[in-house]
Design a binder for this molecule. Structure first.
Ligand SMILES: [Zn+2]
Length: 83
């Protein structure tokens, strides 16, 4: 399992989170995260790419399809990153 925050592979299982998702702990950055959610997590690079694509005029739905994430997630990151 690769850490979503620092992309390290030094992760260990860390019990179960809510709804039975497996929880992992990263030994490098100390962050914990879960797997098994409906949509995958995005790396920091992917978040920036999404905002760049939106800036170039690509539609929310097109971006969501390319990255296999929900349109709500696309909107969320655009709002987080754009001023
Ligand atoms: Zn990490």
């Amino acid at each position: 399992m690769t850490c979503f925050a620092c992309s390290s592979s030094s992760t260990v299982k860390n019990g179960r989170a809510s709804r039975g998702y497996q929880q992992f702990l990263c030994k490098d950055c100390g962050k914990s995260f879960v797997t098994g959610g409906k949509y995958r997590r995005l790396s920091y690079k992917e978040r920036l790419e999404i905002v760049m694509l939106y800036h170039k005029g690509l539609g929310i739905r097109e971006i969501a399809r390319r990255y296999k994430i929900s349109p709500a997630t696309v909107i969320y990151w655009i709002k987080r990153i754009l001023p």
